[in-house]
Design a protein around this ligand. Sequence first.
Ligand code: OSB
Ligand code: MG
Length: 368
Amino acid sequence: MKITEITIRHLTMHLKNPFTTSFGTFKDKEFLLIETIDEKGTVGFGECVAFETPWYTEETVKTCWHMLEDFLIPLVLNKEISHPDEVSEIFKSIRKNNMAKSAIEGAFWDIYAQQTNQTLAQALGGNKKKIEVGISIGIQETVEKQLAVIDQAIKNGYKRIKVKIKPGWDLELIRIIREHFPKVQLMADANSAYTLNDIELFKQLDQYNLMMIEQPLATDDIIDHAKLQKQITTPICLDESITSLEDARKAIELGSCGVINIKIGRVGGLTEAKKIHDLCETNGIPVWCGGMLEAGIGRAHNIALTSLSNFVLPGDTAGSNHYWEEDIITPEVVAQDGYIAVPQTSGIGYKPNRDAIQKFTISTRHYK
Ligand SMILES: O=C(O)CCC(=O)c1ccccc1C(=O)O
Ligand SMILES: [Mg+2]
């Protein structure tokens, strides 16, 4: 395939419920949508998951646009590429900037799947017909509100609940949640809000039978996580710390985690995500697919990835209606009884909703 035209759109979408983490609150999601067209007229879409501010990783909407426009697009525009795996090879000359790389690589995968008449899931080697998903619930204003939101999520069919914790909103919160929901599959995500000085807190958390604790320590750490893992029984799940196959290899070798959360954008694309998946499978490390409050295009890519065999734990890919009044794909993503059906039409399996995309777009630029 040869991409002859690329469009970047800057969208802003209002979240149904504000999402609060240890770093702050989101009310809207601003992001870039990438549309690519090849010489045969096949259209592919990729979603850039970077946020407006660099709280989760160092990338932002603006840094991604800069990287795409000035470096990444010139490397792939009008180049003959036979397989999307080649895109990450070409991008190796650019350090990091994984979310920017991933956005464009995803559009190549979409086109490749369509041209080989496969679903994106099949193109990646995934066989599952449906995937099990959970839900990630942000920090609420009160414990009562937190319990009510969890209760509603369970009523909506989600069987695995993830809550966000931060210093002062942790042990007591988990104790109360467990008291109300003794059996639910429960986990906590700290988004790097703690240090090894908090080791007593983590030992205390062991009594609540959490499935895992996600990213308790620094965003770039695997050494302290290994020390912590040796002292607690709850498996540590790494999110922010794993940005590549090499990171995953080292974390596994050190014993820094028992589980890895794979996010396509964080690791630089589907090719790298699949490699991490395969490495974890070989090493007996279960994985699940993380989320970045994606709109429909990014969500569709997550669903395809989750169809791979070692995604054995429910991920954060909830249905469109958990996030949006209106999503940018048709049909929207539906989670029923905690499962999403993997679409069976070629490419990402959902149609971009051009009217909705238009409505949420605040600026557009074309490259050819
Ligand atoms: O529902 C989702 O998309 C995932 C929500 C979530 O936990 C999250 C959302 C934004 C940034 C980081 C994270 C995270 O997994 O740490
Ligand atoms: Mg996380």
